[in-house]
Design a protein around this ligand. Structure first.
Ligand code: VAH
Length: 318
């Protein structure tokens, strides 16, 4: 990758990935785009930024040609809970935007990355150590767009030779940009509330296991996969990757090691609980490890230590 276009660059992944890639490839070689411009945001101020509506095919093609990009990192999408509330809009953005991005990649012969998710699995999928290759019949609009996206990306590779690659992300936890409208967001919100109020009411029920990952591992995974030797890839769209699997009481217990008086309670959101129940408890990421050397560094204990340290600085809480 030498000249990279990022869509959704102001989102939870995009805002950190843009900075991560600018540090690696040079600020002027990573073109950040999003549906809106936020003045003063480091992603906007630290290198090329353009307003882009990914449902506008011509606008995306014109930008890719203007900057002569050789890689597209397509992140613009609605997350699970928002997509369930707005299914038609979710299809338009998640699939319409993806189709436009793949067409640009085909026309300009760029490399291509877009994330799938553990949300691409459904109730009929084996829940423990979910295999790389298994049944995928999700019952959420988010999941439908993720499975459809995986199939479309594989089609563009097989039919047109587009170098498409992707990962099935677990819940991503970060301190920079809060997620917007996901089912796993509780695992981010809990750290903020633990510091601000010393208590948190989880919208996901006790005992609900989901795969999770600290954002630094997610950023490294994207770059490592995109720089991997294409000839070694048996799979492409998309690789299971994970760092840990936990349920709400376990993250609460880890936080209590740092904040002994922290109090956890539960007020389950039936919509997001139903989504979480349809997802795996844990996934098998052996294919990613074997084919491109995926290796997560953070576990629940080390993530919690780092999250609380960085959030104390960010929130100016001693
Ligand atoms: C969501 N954070 O909750 C996203 C992600 C696996 C979860 O897809 O929708």
């Amino acid at each position: 990758m030498k000249k990279i276009l990022v869509t959704g660059a102001l989102g939870q992944i995009g805002s950190e990935l843009t900075m991560h890639m600018r540090n690696i490839y040079g600020a002027n070689n990573v073109v950040a785009t999003d549906i809106r411009r936020i003045e003063g945001h480091e992603t906007v101020e630290s290198g090329p930024f353009e307003v882009l509506d990914v449902t506008n095919a011509k606008q995306m093609a014109d930008l890719a040609k203007k900057y002569n990009v050789d890689s597209i990192i397509h992140l613009a999408a609605l997350l699970s809970a928002v997509a369930e509330a707005k299914p038609v809009l979710a299809w338009e953005i998640n699939m319409g935007g993806l189709f436009n991005a793949l067409e640009v990649a085909r026309e300009l012969n760029t490399a291509f990355f877009t994330p799938s998710s553990i949300g691409a699995f459904g109730p009929g999928t084996p829940k423990i150590k979910t295999p790389q290759d298994t049944i995928q019949r999700p019952q959420t609009m988010y999941g439908v767009t993720k499975v459809s996206g995986e199939l479309l990306c594989d089609y563009y590779f097989k039919k047109f030779g587009v170098d498409t690659r992707g990962v099935r992300f677990p819940g991503l936890i970060s301190y920079t940009t809060p997620p917007g409208g996901g089912t796993t967001d509780y695992a981010v919100d809990i750290y903020y509330e633990a510091l601000k109020s010393g208590k948190y009411t989880s919208f996901i029920g006790e005992g609900t296991y989901m795969d999770m990952m600290y954002m630094p591992d997610a950023l490294n995974a994207i770059v490592t996969l995109m720089e991997a030797d294409s000839s070694k890839l048996i799979h492409r769209n998309a690789f299971n990757i994970t760092a840990m699997s936990f349920e709400p009481s376990q993250i609460a217990a880890e936080i209590k090691k740092h904040i002994p008086n922290f109090e956890m309670s539960y007020d389950v959101d039936p919509v997001r609980q139903a989504i979480a129940n349809s997802w795996p408890d844990s996934i098998d990421d052996s294919a990613a490890k074997a084919e491109w050397g995926f290796n997560a560094k953070y576990d629940l204990a080390s993530m919690t230590s780092d999250m609380l340290l960085k959030l104390r600085e960010k929130l100016n809480i001693k």
